[in-house]
Write a protein that binds this ligand. Sequence first.
Ligand code: PNS
Length: 159
Amino acid sequence: MTTALVPGSFDPPTKGHLDVIARCAGLYDRVVVGVVLNPSKQSMFTSEERLAMLRETCAEWPHVECVAFAGLLVDCAREVGAEVIVKGLRAMTDFDYELQLAQMNRHLSGIVTMFVATAPSLGYLSSSLVKEVAMLGGDVDELVPPIVAAALKERMAHE
Ligand code: PNS
């Protein structure tokens, strides 16, 4: 049985993230989505909100669970019993940094990182861009799961 850890900030989760999680759900026996707690980084949604959005969106897969973690990703991988870390790659611009992280994590723990190519139709998508478009009044309904679109609308209404 192989467990894959899919880590990220998920602030907020996008259809690009979901595409990667869906691919992992089809490949691995157990998938753990790890939401990083980064107190020094300003996030739009709290870790509880990000977790709730991911849990609702991943509810269709019984073998996918969502957890929050602080500290090193490799420690989270050890705690949840993951043999593999999976990251999405949208473009070459992601590659240098992701390779550096993968090699550092390999150095720290020996863990394997696998890369999933995101669907070409979602390659331009990022949480930062989704937030910018939503904040400027643009329509993000096709870019994020429905629960995230609703949360963004509510957040904008109270800004
Ligand atoms: O969605 P993101 O922001 O690209 O995710 C980045 C993430 C969470 C994978 C990365 O920041 C991370 O691994 N953070 C945990 C801290 C850590 O292990 N740092 C050393 C990485 S080599």
